[in-house]
Write a protein that binds this ligand. Sequence first.
Ligand SMILES: O=P(O)(O)OC[C@H]1O[C@](O)(COP(=O)(O)O)[C@@H](O)[C@@H]1O
Length: 341
Amino acid sequence: MNLTELNRIATAMVAPGKGILAADESSGTIKKRFDAIGVESTEENRRDYREMLFRSKDAMSQYISGVILYDETIWQNAKDGTPLIKLIEQSGAIPGIKVDEGTQGLPMCPGELVTVGLDKLAERLKKYYERGARFAKWRAVIDIGSDIPSMTAISVNAHALARYAALCQAAQIVPIVEPEVLMDGDHDIDRCYEVTQRVLNTTFQELRVQRVALEGMVLKPNMAISGKKCPKQASVEEVAEKTIRLLKACVPAAVPGIAFLSGGQSDEQATAHLNAMHKLGSLPWGLTFSYGRALQAAPQKAWSGRPENVAAGQRAFSHRARMNGLASKGEWQSSLEQKAA
Ligand SMILES: O=P(O)(O)OC[C@H]1O[C@](O)(COP(=O)(O)O)[C@@H](O)[C@@H]1O
């Protein structure tokens, strides 16, 4: 393992002004997104949609540091035959790959999930590296309910995240470690804080036990935020203040970067939260976005599967990428949203 090189890539993934495009929706998830805009989820439509994003020159070269791909996409070619991964490389962004294989019910723990995909992972990583992937992603899902999460669910998911991260580093690939505490439910921000703290502490403990080099990874956490159905929604300032307090308590400064998931926040909320965190002063790690929905909802709507809407889709994507790029430096203002294309 060349840790200097892993650290160089991890640092580039969270460079100020840039963040990660999470375009790694699995087949089920992209179908849901396409259903919402009335587009059939065929291989060709998925290719055309993602090609539109990767050919958005302004966004990709100025505001996007890396792109997380799904297995199908990393092997796909653009309409003119250029591999999609080449489009990403040509824009200056780093290609990455989702390597988990989704979730399964956790035995003995009703309602809880464990992420799977460790079998043959070493072989898969080797192929992805040869294809050009320089980072990977694995998402663990932790749900909040009246008597969950159990410590069992937290431990097994942390253990799997660390197994994955160690295998990535051995394959010279930067692992994005994503333990997502879902924002579904009616819990308040303090409950989210408390659960996320347990999850992050357990995850870092496992990473240490399994000898993962913290200097060669990126953390992708949720923010400390109110559940979607919580009657009392925390303000932008409270989310920013509590998230930074939580991360400072749990994430060692050796970690080069943290890139948030958006988790179902509105586009503008996700931007405002990241921006407010940067207003709180200097931080020990790079702090940016790795958004799926909060970067793509607008371009999906603008595109709606029509070739004549490609330019509009690219404008919508560039706008969100620029807004989040500014937020990653604390330079975003809500007035910039009104000037949208
Ligand atoms: O359930 P899936 O298909 O694995 O996808 C989950 C999505 O969650 C993410 O980890 C975060 O996405 P959001 O920003 O939309 O929450 C994406 O990288 C990924 O596409």
